[in-house]
Write a protein that binds this ligand. Sequence first.
Ligand SMILES: [Fe+2]
Length: 219
Amino acid sequence: MSKKDKEKRDEMRTDPDPHQNRWCALPEPYPGPQVLRPNQYYAMLLLEDYAGTNGEMTAITQYLYHHLTFEAYNDLAELEECVAIIEMHHLELLGQTIQLLGVPPEFRTLTNNRANYWNASYVYYGNNICDRLAADIAAEKTAIQNYRDHQYLIGDPNIKQLLERIIKDEEHHLRLFSEAAAKYCPGTCVTSTTNNCFGPMGSMMGNGFNGMMGGDSGR
Ligand SMILES: [Fe+2]
């Protein structure tokens, strides 16, 4: 490791919460993972957020893939990379909590005691900038809804608080992806069956991502 790398690493180590200081995270501290007592049911719910179809593992790999494909558009590539890193922090916090609840944090869900392991087909790979951004916006919306549902079902105040902090990041990501879509895809509709179009001010009209645009136009 070079001297410069070591200095950088040491700088990061003295930062009490390096992730909250990334520009794509909300500048608020994360509560440390804590639980009242082990609880298998709560762990099962959190495994959905961790390694389910729309969980953090999917978000990390999808945004990293989009980061790689957006290399010609620096601002988009940086956005996808930064958000992927924050999602990795969410994955870590959820994994530590699942462990405290008494369940090994393997990358799988446990529904009716049946293990369903995460796999790369959960990722929306996409064809162009607009359908990828639409999928990222839809992913954030789904994540927020899932976290809200689980917050309601989980009685442990420590976990509720952690999910609240994660939701704030996801809402921030939703704003950032929506702004990017308004810049690169103004007026673009991403499905022919429902009215899902990017508004001029960064809003997405309609219910979210339900389909995809045609071939790879580069946008
Ligand atoms: Fe997340």
